[in-house]
Design a protein around this ligand. Structure first.
Ligand code: TMP
Length: 404
């Protein structure tokens, strides 16, 4: 599997040691056979890409019991509604217009096009989420998106005006193959629009938890531009988004098919200013992560020594990186509450902290809650007024460690 976009060496700047799967929620009987891999991150000075040096086999991560459902967040559902309607108005006004989504998950985004009778196809390798999408009337093809599957996709659907993806492309090791497949499936003036967690935010917010097995790459405009150029595409527009703790939406088109907008050079200029092209920036990031970890553990160790109950709020995939990197165990945390039924009754990867339902949390409000779903902070603070009013305290670690 090609997991490189340049043949130049990668410089390792952060080593997390043994790491379980971010979404590997498990039953007690499976504790002894839990899969771990070595997680470390490197930077390529040639392509400016930041990426995992090793990734578990894709079949371990994306399968028929994949635990993440896009629709579990109201804010994200709203975000995708808005995005769908904007794509509809900007690119899909003709009668034969069509759209393909890579990683359609439970159909939260494509449902809009299904309801508006617009030709669409969702491609996703996890059968359980695809079933959800189909139940909403979304047309799906269950497979990985690649140049190999692109022939079948073209037979089923034909070429597309728009190909989209959200929080998916950074999961796919062979990025160049995805770009080539997208190029092949796009109509002449079609656009490939994808949004992913943004390296600039990760560095500035010290959000090291954005690194886990599924996120092979942490993109920037610099690295996306480099990769696109190798596959007959070019970056024509970028838009910074607040979702997922800071993301970037990249618009790509076939070379010379559409004008390159000012946003691209502005963004690249900013990335050079904050040093996303230099290994020193990432070495400093590593130091900042160590400081963040020490501060968080001081708080959790102190609460543990006083036997004060702490609960984890939301069993996000990111929380696995935090518990494993910081050494948070079930001695620090009674349980983690989460609204996703498939996670409830199981245990968190690595730390084996019990996952309880949201109902359980409401009936057993803790003194302290560690906000693992910090990227959904605004939505959660509105929902959890009762906890705050009852003097419940939030422990946060992004963008800095604090208790409030
Ligand atoms: P993510 O950060 O990896 O997208 O995962 C989101 C997880 O957070 C998902 O399992 C649902 C959970 N969650 C809650 O439990 N409560 C909430 O209010 C929100 C927004 C998410």
């Amino acid at each position: 599997m090609n997991c490189r976009i340049s043949d130049k060496p990668l410089y390792k700047f952060m080593d997390f040691g043994d790491m379980p799967l971010g979404n590997g929620f498990l039953n007690e009987k499976d504790f002894n056979s839990e899969h771990f891999y070595k997680m470390s991150i490197g930077f390529c000075p040639e392509s400016k890409m930041v990426q995992l040096l090793e990734q578990p086999d894709a079949s371990r991560m994306f399968h028929d019991h994949y635990a993440f459902f896009t629709g579990s967040s109201n804010k994200m559902s709203h975000h995708f509604q808005k995005h769908a309607s904007s794509i509809h108005n900007n690119y899909l006004c003709t009668n034969d217009a069509s759209i393909i989504e890579i990683g359609c998950n439970d159909g939260t985004f494509l449902e809009y096009f299904s309801k508006n009778n617009i030709k669409h196809l969702g491609v996703d390798p996890s059968e359980n989420v695809v079933e959800h999408a189909r139940s909403k009337g979304v047309i799906c093809h269950c497979d990985f998106f690649s140049t190999k599957s692109s022939c079948v996709i073209e037979e089923i659907h034909g070429k597309a005006d728009v190909i989209t993806a959200a929080n998916v492309i950074c999961h796919i090791p062979d990025f160049l193959d995805v770009l080539s497949a997208a190029n092949k499936l796009l109509k002449r003036d079609g656009v490939f629009i994808f949004e992913e967690p943004y390296l600039g935010d990760v560095v500035q917010k010290v959000s090291y938890d954005q690194f886990y097995d599924e996120h092979v790459y942490m993109f920037s405009a610099l690295s996306v531009n480099y990769a696109a150029n190798q596959c007959g595409l070019e970056l024509i527009n970028v838009e910074h988004l607040e979702t997922h703790g800071g993301s970037m939406r990249y618009n790509l088109a076939k070379k010379s098919a559409r004008p390159i907008e000012q946003s691209v050079s502005n963004c690249i200029h900013n990335e050079l200013n904050i040093g996303l092209d230099k290994i020193e920036t990432f070495q400093k990031f590593n130091n900042n992560c160590e400081i963040s970890k020490q501060k968080l553990m001081e708080i959790l160790d102190s609460l543990k020594s006083k036997s004060i109950p702490v609960v984890g709020y939301a069993a996000t995939s990111k929380s696995t990186t935090v518990t494993q990197y910081c050494g948070i165990t079930s001695d620090h945390m009674n349980y983690i509450c989460d609204t996703t039924p498939i996670k409830q009754g199981k245990f968190s990867p690595g730390a084996h902290i019990p996952i309880k339902s949201y109902q359980f949390y409401k009936e057993n409000l803790p003194d302290y809650a560690l906000l693992f779903a910090w990227n959904h902070r605004d939505e959660i603070m509105v929902k959890e007024k009762e906890f705050t009013q009852q003097n419940g305290k939030w422990i946060q670690y992004v963008p800095s460690v604090s208790i409030a």
